[in-house]
Design a protein around this ligand. Structure first.
Ligand code: ADP
Ligand code: MG
Ligand code: ZN
Length: 497
């Protein structure tokens, strides 16, 4: 980005709501990436004439919960509308959505950027239904290529969350999207599983002169399914528009697609071809009316959200980065809190900071390498704390603790069981360590001589020899201090000789 241009981005996010049944019928919501096609459909969601939709109250409940978590004003009455267009995955010929009177308006999300915290305003949150899916097949056994329609996803409840154009860079767009994903998963209204396509983005991008307040012509990038494509496509579009403006030309208002393989945006339609959806109120559905008492109760029952949790973790002595890593996923945050709670009850207590360090710098890496999700691992918060207590009391070395942790991932054994099985107890006994130190020094007179005449690097080598004699189980701090003491004694005797 050049010094005199500024990016202006507004995001539209579509999130599926985790209800049992669809938005306007009683068909089951299934995983549309794995279920057999078209088994979970009925006359309503396959668009048969003469059928009547009925609003899923659970979807309204979840939508209201998200709206409150995003600090929105929830409308006492909102209205469904028909958005008319033709596409093979939309059998009714219109999508039921909300238009002039959405479920909620005027909220915000706080994001952390390199320049500190920023508030991104949310314009509206509304309910709608998902479309079906088209499956494109290249030539099938003799026949030509074809497109197949799967309506399992048609009618799945969707929440659309539209931001104001307050985002100023590709990384802010990703920070906003991740924060929203985190909030949705905290509320358990969405699995957050991007690979399954349960959260999708559309990015509206324009560029203007720095310090200008006016909004320039924007383009809209459709159907972004990952944080990576959100980041790359918005950055590409910012760069493309800056070079157009720098060349003295004007940006055309367009709908774009993102070509994942070539990493370029491609034009889909221009302003002239823009859709006129001929919105009008859905005559078959009553307005959504929200009882203030019901809404108040939803607000009272909201769980602690990521931003509040982050502040609390910071107050336990965690740095901003670690707190963020621990907060992002609710399951991770809850594991950490379980361990902190247990750690505060051991004697002496295990600090939150210590637990955080072992999670972020050891356990997460091990989980990543083993491709295990935190929900699926066998380590419990209690076992982790037991392990750290054994480390704190010098019963095992830090290296052994790592080994035990790796084993705990695979088995359900307690740390103590693993330590006994592999004989990992640390030797803290001064007498036997002293003997080992003296043996090693006696067996290596040449090295001791070079060391005493200044070759300090041999200290670690000798330390290694002592550790080997004790099968790697000696407490390295005790070994180091006894080695130092013995060497100093040697040096003194040499000097007085
Ligand atoms: P539409 O309904 O046609 O998609 P809206 O005006 O409701 O258009 O805006 C949709 C999204 O585009 C919002 O997230 C909004 O913040 C964003 N947006 C609007 N104008 C601009 C602009 N000039 N540059 C970047 N984003 C914009
Ligand atoms: Mg739009
Ligand atoms: Zn149905």
């Amino acid at each position: 980005m050049t010094m005199n241009h500024q990016a202006v981005i507004g995001l539209e996010v579509h999130a599926e709501l985790l209800t049992q049944s669809k938005m306007f019928c009683s068909c089951r919501v299934v995983d549309s990436t794995t279920a057999n096609p078209n088994l979970y459909t009925c006359p309503v969601c396959s668009g048969m004439p003469g059928t009547l939709p009925v609003t899923n109250q659970r979807a309204v409940y979840l939508g209201a919960m998200v709206a409150l978590a995003l600090h929105c004003e929830v409308a006492a009455e909102s209205i469904f509308a028909r958005k008319n267009y033709f596409y093979p995955d939309l059998p009714k010929g219109y999508q039921i959505s909300q238009y002039e009177r959405p479920l909620a308006t005027n909220g915000h999300i706080t994001i952390s950027t390199s320049a500190g915290k920023r508030k991104i305003r949310i314009r509206r949150v509304h309910l709608e239904e998902d479309t079906g899916k088209l499956i494109h097949r290249d030539k099938v056994s003799g026949a030509g290529s074809m497109s197949l329609v799967d309506l399992n996803r048609a009618g799945v409840p969707l929440l659309e969350i539209v931001s104001e154009p307050d985002i100023r860079s590709a990384s802010e767009a990703v920070a906003y999207a991740k924060e929203l994903q985190s909030i949705l998963t905290y509320l358990k209204v969405n699995s957050g599983n991007m690979e399954k396509g349960v959260i999708r983005f559309e990015a509206n991008v324009s560029v203007r002169k720095t310090r200008s307040e006016k909004l320039n012509t924007r383009t809209e990038i459709k159907n972004l399914n990952s944080f990576r494509s959100l980041r790359h496509s918005t950055q590409y579009e910012i760069d493309r528009q800056i070079s157009i403006l720098t060349a003295g030309k004007t940006v055309e208002q367009q709908t774009l697609g993102w070509d994942e393989a070539r990493e370029v945006t491609v034009a889909q339609r221009s302003k002239e071809q823009a859709h006129d959806y001929r919105y009008f109120p859905e005559p078959d559905l009553p307005p959504v009316q929200i009882d203030p008492v019901w809404l108040q109760k939803i607000g009272d029952e909201l769980p602690e959200l990521p931003t509040e949790k982050l502040e609390r973790f910071r107050s336990m002595g965690l740095n901003e980065y670690d707190a963020q890593v621990l907060v992002r996923q609710r399951s991770v945050a809850e594991f950490f809190e379980g361990a902190v709670d247990r750690g505060s009850k051991t004697d002496p207590p295990i600090q939150a900071k210590t637990i955080s360090n072992w999670l972020t710098s050891q356990l997460f890496g091990m989980l990543h390498n083993a491709r295990i999700e935190i929900e699926d691992m066998h380590i419990t918060p209690a076992h982790l704390v037991d392990l750290l207590a054994l480390l704190q009391s010098n019963s095992i070395s830090a290296n052994s603790a790592k080994q035990v942790m790796r084993e705990m991932l695979e088995t359900r054994a307690t740390p103590q069981e693993i330590i006994s099985e592999h004989e990992l107890e640390q030797v803290n006994d001064v007498a036997s360590i002293t003997k080992a130190v003296e043996d090693v020094l006696r067996d290596h007179p040449e090295e001791v001589k070079s060391l005493l005449s200044g070759k300090d690097s041999l200290t670690n080598w000798l330390l290694g020899q002592v550790m080997r004699t004790l099968n790697g189980k000696a407490n390295p701090q005790i070994v180091r201090s006894l080695l130092k003491k013995t060497l100093k004694r040697e040096a003194d005797t040499n000097n007085t000789r």
